[in-house]
Design a protein around this ligand. Structure first.
Ligand SMILES: Cc1cc2nc3c(=O)[nH]c(=O)nc-3n(C[C@H](O)[C@H](O)[C@H](O)COP(=O)(O)OP(=O)(O)OC[C@H]3O[C@@H](n4cnc5c(N)ncnc54)[C@H](O)[C@@H]3O)c2cc1C
Ligand code: FES
Ligand code: FES
Length: 479
């Protein structure tokens, strides 16, 4: 069955929207048509958190609550979900939600512009955790900016939630909400209103058929990159194929050789898995955008952007990741190295999509990766360096090095690798190899960093990698 009506649950009612514009953001819909103006617009690019809402997604017999940036989510993306807005939290006009009460008690708000966004991020934290420690709190609000209160009162408010009774109205109504979500969760969902198309297939087979019929469509995954073409560049996307409803693409599998991540698996699900295999990968993911971004953004989306400063790309290149490319003819596995051909250009042809990413285990190797950005949280890299090394009897037997932010695409440092391969694992070798980076990269000046800074930092990261391995100790500059 295919439906052209967007259905979502709000305040335990099924809301139906017909003939919507697939380029309309949830934020614009909520504020302008739904007339709920508690949710604010700050940046319209996912960076400030003022527009944070929470969506509830059916997960078997449970609901996952996810904070998202409504300014960069298109309305059809909440089809089949529960929409929770800041107006919905209080039980009635006399009793606030525990999160709101905490913000009030700890003076977590001054001008109030950022407050709805903070409240919603803390609400998602409240629903998803039992203990609210410093790390959980700071992670939960890493995508929310406040310019007048400062963060301490907000953090204190969040801490005060420890031990609070969790049975809020969403807990009490959960079974009702689950039943409603089950009622609206089944159909393929397509809009074709002559002006714009939006396809949301439920399985890979339908996806392939739609891609074959509409090969010029834009593939939409988490939308954290694509939607900015509408919200910032003011372009239109006239035909969109959304991968987010395809359960077959949301998985993380593991065998002896690799971890495989399905195309529409959100990064937040992946970060917990990768932690035990590649701690530095995990650390970088924790600094990837914010919780709101990682709740929806995907690795396949990151790869398909081919952004020179995409965080996972140098890491995946140095880990020799493969990608599975798919179309109506079948699947093809290829190394990620070779996928990027120019600035934001890949070898992907029309009608093809990335089905999954396979990340090998390198059990005998040492893996290090570093992200350098202007801000620790919620900032994209200026430079990212990633190193995968096998050392036997103090000789470098295997080495894969890749950098982001150093050229038009993320790239392996082949000259530098050559300079180190089969050489001593020594400071002298690494100092010599630093020179080879000059042959590998001619970076440019831009708003994030100057070319000279990039060259210098790339060399320093190489040395840092050596020193950390040699001394078996992390070098932390930012505390
Ligand atoms: C506030 C903010 C912070 C950010 N911070 C970071 C950061 O710290 N590090 C970082 O690297 N990036 C960051 N980004 C960029 C962005 O979040 C990432 O590139 C993200 O991984 C994109 O994934 P997505 O699923 O949202 O892709 P989408 O936006 O849905 O798609 C991006 C592109 O990939 C294509 N695409 C998506 N999936 C597929 C597929 N399976 N097959 C073929 N094509 C596909 C789309 O057509 C589109 O061209 C940030 C973005 C924002 C808005
Ligand atoms: S308005 Fe700034 S994140 Fe959405
Ligand atoms: S209270 Fe004014 S920006 Fe946060």
């Amino acid at each position: 069955m295919t439906s052209d009506v967007i259905r979502f649950i709000h305040n335990d009612k099924i809301i139906e929207i017909k003939d919507s514009d697939p380029n309309e953001t949830v934020l614009n819909y909520v504020r302008e048509k739904y007339k709920k103006t508690g949710t604010k617009e700050g940046c319209a690019e996912g960076g400030c958190g003022a527009c944070t809402i929470v969506v509830g997604t059916l997960n078997k017999n449970n609901i996952d609550y996810e904070a998202i940036n409504s300014c960069i989510a298109f309305l059809p993306m909440i089809n089949g979900k529960q929409l929770i807005l800041v107006e919905d939290l209080a039980k009635d006009s006399k009793s606030l939600h525990p999160v709101q009460e905490a913000m009030y008690n700890f003076h977590g708000s001054q001008c109030g512009f950022c407050t709805p966004g903070f409240v919603m991020s803390l609400f998602a934290m409240f629903k998803n955790n039992y203990i609210y420690d410093d790390e959980t709190i700071k992670d939960s609000i890493s995508g929310n900016l406040c310019r007048c209160t400062g963060y301490n009162p907000i953090i204190k408010a969040a801490k005060s939630l420890n031990g609070k009774n969790k049975s809020d109205k969403f807990f009490k109504n959960k079974n009702l909400t689950i039943n409603l979500l089950k009622r609206i969760n089944n159909d393929n969902y397509n809009i074709d209103n002559n002006k714009r198309k939006f396809f949301s297939p439920k399985n890979i087979s339908d996806l392939k058929k739609i891609l074959k019929q509409y090969p010029n469509s834009d593939i939409l995954n988490g939308g954290t990159d694509l939607s900015l073409r509408v919200t910032k560049e003011r372009n239109n996307l006239n035909s969109i194929i959304y991968l987010g409803s395809i359960k077959e693409l949301k998985y993380i599998k593991q065998n002896e050789r690799f971890i495989e991540v399905g195309a529409s698996t959100p990064l937040i699900k992946f970060e917990g898995i990768v932690k035990k295999f590649y701690p530095d990968f995990y650390k970088i993911l924790k600094r990837y955008g914010s919780v709101q971004i990682r709740n929806v953004a995907t690795i396949s989306g990151n790869i398909a952007t081919a952004s020179p400063i995409g965080d996972t790309l140098p890491i995946l290149l140095s880990l020799n990741a493969n990608i599975v490319i798919s179309d109506h003819k079948g699947n093809k596995i290829m190394p990620l190295n070779g996928f990027f051909i120019n600035y934001r250009k890949t070898i992907l042809k029309k009608g093809q999509f990335i089905k999954s990413v396979q990340i090998p285990f390198s059990k005998n190797n040492i893996f290090k990766a570093y992200k350098v950005s202007k801000r620790i949280d919620d900032d994209i890299s200026s430079i990212c360096g990633s190193f995968n090394i096998n050392i036997k009897k103090n000789i470098i037997k295997e080495i894969f090095i890749a950098y982001g932010g150093m050229s038009a695409t993320p790239k392996r440092a082949l000259n530098c690798e050559k300079a180190l391969l089969n050489n001593d694992f020594s400071k002298e070798s690494f100092i010599l190899a630093q020179k080879s980076l000059e042959k590998d990269f001619s970076p440019i000046d831009d708003v994030r960093a100057s070319a000279n800074y990039r060259k210098e930092i790339a060399k320093n990261l190489l040395l840092k990698c050596f020193l950390e391995i040699k001394n078996n100790k992390k070098i932390e500059i930012n505390g």
